[in-house]
Design a protein. Structure first.
Length: 401
């Protein structure tokens, strides 16, 4: 992994540049995450301190059109190459990776060059993989501009692109030099993108750090999710919650599996809805929110979560604007068929009709099998919980408290 030439702020407080800085510790790896409001010039100065001979910006066409001026500011006087592609998952392909790598090499990048991911999780993942491959590893800086990227993907070392067979099949783990963001970026996100990231953030509060729930409630009650103070709080809380489990789990294969809360069924709902409605299907985080409701109902049926704790799930999810109902385009049988192929298979020895699942004993307390936050769940339990979110008024214990 690359060495870090940016001064790291171990105290996790102000670094004197107008940016606040938090050390992110993922297993043996550490990097600083610095952020603020209206701080693009400070970010540019910090990137300049890395003394790169060239910057390679990896972005998408929409981000470039909207934030071209900020990109120029980030580059400053440093020679820069901009690698852009139409936005979306079609960028996370081997073809695009190859084209970007060849272009960067032909442009004369060296081991002193720095790859800068500028955009959402898609350019972030592609740039991460590029940085890990070029000369067996060049320096990587993330400048996330979506809530998913800033509050979720950059807090992980996972970098991946898609294969023809499935999502995120081709990847590696790679540590950035640093992450920088300006919360002003998030104010231009379409509502569905903004909320999608906040649902992942809410997942971390429910499954890992319920002590952050009062703060999240206050942000939701304030009604202005894009107010700078709200966004700064959400970023701080995301860093604290996700770091709490990745600090001892570099590869997210042990304690970090709790980050999969809501994902077994949520991801299946997302896939089925995209098959049915294409790009109009539920965004990832929204589908995960529904997956969390399903998980909460299973825990409740086992006598683990109380009515009140299920009610907290509903309160937070609906507070973030998610309708707590399975879309009519999604059939339960199809969801169960996708669930049977879940990528957490292999972590537990299982009987035929069971699936490994993150279930909560209580808010912030996953049920464990050995050290893994996974437990076998029978397909009939999942079906019963899905039935509840198809007809929520029939039996859902919606108790707000
Ligand atoms: N590595 C990990 O652990 C991890 C975790 C979560 C997600 N991911 C990956 O991240 C990807 C999803 O990330 P995403 O949702 O950020 O997708 P994305 O990068 O495609 O961004 C979503 C859309 O928002 C637009 N956009 C970006 N910034 C904007 C801004 N400030 N204002 C207006 N529009 C803006 C983009 O152009 C794009 O159209 C997936 O591929 C997923 O696999 C990885
Ligand atoms: Zn997710």
């Amino acid at each position: 992994m690359s060495s870090n030439s940016l001064s790291r702020n171990g105290s996790g407080v102000h670094d004197g540049s107008g940016l606040r800085s938090r050390p992110i510790v993922i297993g043996d790896e550490t990097f600083p995450y610095s952020f603020g409001r209206g701080c693009v010039p400070e970010i540019a100065a910090a990137i300049g301190n890395l003394a790169p001979d060239k910057l390679v910006f990896v972005t998408d066409d929409d981000v470039l059109a909207r934030y071209g001026r900020e990109l120029d500011t980030l580059a400053g006087a440093i020679p820069a190459l901009i690698l852009s592609h139409p936005a979306g998952e079609s960028m996370k392909t081997l073809d695009c990776l190859t084209e970007h790598l060849e272009t960067a090499l032909r442009a004369g990048i060296t081991r002193r060059s720095v790859i800068v991911a500028f955009g959402g999780g898609v350019p972030g993942n592609l740039a991460g993989l590029m940085a890990s491959l070029l000369f067996r590893g060049v320096r990587l800086v993330h400048v996330p501009t979506t809530t998913i990227a800033a509050m979720d993907s950059v807090l992980s070392l996972k970098q991946a692109i898609n294969s023809g067979v499935g999502k995120n099949h081709l990847g590696t783990y790679y540590t950035p030099e640093a992450v920088f963001t300006d919360v002003e970026f998030f104010t231009t996100l379409p509502e569905r993108e903004l909320r999608s990231g906040l649902c992942e953030m809410a997942k971390n509060c429910l499954a890992i750090q319920p002590s952050a729930l009062p703060g999240l409630r206050a942000v939701i009650a304030g009604g202005a999710l894009t107010a700078p103070d709200s966004l700064l709080w959400l970023l701080e809380a995301s860093i604290a919650a996700k770091s709490a489990v990745t600090v001892r789990d570099t590869f997210e294969r042990r304690a970090g599996l709790v980050l999969e809360y809501g994902h077994t069924v949520g991801h299946a709902i997302e896939i089925c809805d995209h098959r049915a409605r294409g790009a109009a299907g539920l965004p990832h985080g929204t589908a995960i929110a529904l997956g969390m409701l399903v998980a909460a109902h299973i825990s409740h049926a086992r006598g683990w979560l109380s009515d009140g704790e299920v009610g907290v799930h509903y309160e937070i999810v609906t507070g973030l604007g998610v309708e707590p109902v399975l879309p009519p385009s999604v059939r339960i049988d199809d969801v169960l068929a996708v669930v049977a192929d879940d990528n957490k298979r292999g972590y537990l020895p299982l009987h035929a009709d069971t699936v490994p699942f993150v279930l909560l004993r209580a808010l912030g307390r996953p049920e464990l099998t050995g050290e893994l936050p996974l437990t076998p769940v029978q397909v009939r339990e999942i079906r019963a919980a899905l039935d509840v979110i198809v007809q929520p008024s029939a039996s859902a214990p919606i108790v707000i408290g």
